[in-house]
Unconditional design. Structure first.
Length: 81
């Protein structure tokens, strides 16, 4: 894909004349940093690697569906009063 070609030409090709293995070392650094950062990813509805979700949703998968359903229930309750 085009992104890979651009990354190769911009980041790795200029490092080749300095040292033959330097582009591979730089790439290894990118991979290690991104691998270590995956531990801190967190989504409020799904949780993270070491933490549970903050909000426990009912059987609704989507937060918006849950909000719409809650609003509809409130409207129905107001109509019944």
């Amino acid at each position: 894909n085009l992104g890979a070609v651009i990354a190769l030409w911009c980041f790795y090709k200029p490092l080749g004349p300095i040292d033959t293995l330097l582009p591979f070392k730089v790439h290894a650094g990118y991979v290690m940093i991104n691998a270590l950062l995956t531990a801190v990813y967190y989504w409020p509805d799904k949780g993270g690697m070491f933490a549970r979700p903050r909000k426990q949703l009912p059987e609704c998968v989507d937060q918006q569906q849950h909000e719409i359903g809650r609003q509809q229930q409130q409207q129905q309750q107001q109509r019944q009063r």
